[in-house]
Design a protein around this ligand. Structure first.
Ligand code: BDR
Ligand code: CA
Length: 340
């Protein structure tokens, strides 16, 4: 199998950390590098967190580049209320010694695009780095395979305002720029008619919830990995209880990884999407599902996900064990008890 080469642009971030772990455990992907952007935490802290995850996964050979420290125009608002002061659930993981965080995430994205035809970008934080790269050298994006963006939503309510999801709300100008301009570069890795941006938004990520039951199962399958996941998600569980009254946490970013590996896990439709940059709807992704604007689709908007299969993939790849047993357990856990 030919691996998809990918740069992961992220803001770790509790769910970003899980996404990095899943990407590193996925045979479909070759992670060339990790870039960080200001989002959940400042970009330098995010880069140090990425190194901590790489160390845990024994993959410090992958370079980490720090990117934009502020959004394009808007004042920067972190999500440390959701992810902890340290960005990984106040887990107290020590910094990695002896491995540098490199500067120049945007240069790295552009240089890699020049070298790697069909390169995939997995953007699981605000899209500031991607927008800066696209603004600087739009022609290079002809080499892009696809941009999978965790962000936005179609019909699901927002998580930062009634209508806006955090990544697009944090840097609405970047998201708006990317949606408006990426389509024009006719990305090379696309099959005929496929839009360049695949939007893994809240409509689908809200359907993937890590529950205490599943976490307990992870610890039984693999105490080391399960223990690590428990350590970084405890804060996230508390946040979801206090804010949303649910026992469990929505793990957005790993679904974007899973989708890049196995697109059949999600379903959706193609449409033109724009992002609002001002006013009370700032950061909202406006999906023209009814084709009012008569514009060629720039996005594939995901609306459905096979939750059990995603959870099976996540647990099997992270924890090992018997895949068929995990699938049976996920049918039980995700359907609330009628699967065994
Ligand atoms: C997104 O925002 C961040 O808090 C998460 O890491 C995820 O990328 C969800 O809205
Ligand atoms: Ca993120």
């Amino acid at each position: 199998m030919e691996k998809k080469k990918v740069i992961i642009d992220c803001d770790p971030g509790i769910d970003d950390s899980l996404a990095l772990m899943l990407a590193l455990a996925s045979p479909e992907l070759e992670v060339l590098g990790i870039t960080t952007v200001c989002g959940n935490v400042p970009a330098d802290l995010g880069a140090r967190n990425a190194l901590k995850v790489l160390q845990f996964m024994d993959r410090l050979d992958i370079p980490v580049y720090q990117g934009a420290e502020v959004p394009l125009a808007r004042e920067y608002v972190s999500a440390q209320d959701t992810h902890g002061e340290d960005g990984i659930g106040d887990s107290g993981l020590p910094d990695v010694n002896g491995v540098p965080v490199r500067a120049g995430a945007v240069d790295y994205i552009l240089d890699t695009l020049k070298k790697e035809k069909g390169l995939c970008l997995l953007a699981i934080g605000p899209m500031t780095n991607v927008a800066l790269a696209l603004q600087r050298e739009p022609e290079v994006f002809k080499n892009l395979g696809v941009l999978v963006s965790m962000g936005g939503s179609f019909k699901s309510h927002g998580n930062c305002s009634p209508v806006a999801e955090y990544n697009y709300w944090c840097d609405p100008d970047a998201a708006a720029y990317v949606y408006e301009n990426l389509g024009k570069s006719k990305a090379c890795g696309l099959t005929e008619g496929e839009p360049p941006i695949h939007m893994v938004g809240l409509d689908v990520t809200r359907k993937v919830v890590l529950t205490p039951n599943i976490l307990e199962y992870m610890k039984r399958l693999n105490p080391e990995i399960g223990g690590f996941v428990e350590k970084i998600t405890r804060f996230y569980f508390d946040f979801h209880w206090e804010q949303e009254g649910i026992i469990g946490c929505v793990i957005n970013d790993p679904l974007a990884v899973a989708y890049l590996c196995r697109p059949e896990l999600c379903g959706g439709f193609d449409a033109y999407t724009a992002v609002e940059t001002k006013g009370i709807s700032i950061g909202q992704s406006v999906v023209d599902a009814e084709n009012f604007w008569k514009k060629a689709p720039n996005s594939r908007v995901l609306t459905g996900v096979n939750t059990e299969e995603f959870m099976t993939m996540l647990l099997y790849r992270l924890c090992g064990g018997e895949e068929s047993e995990i699938r049976k357990m996920m049918a039980y856990s995700c359907r609330g008890g009628d699967g065994l």
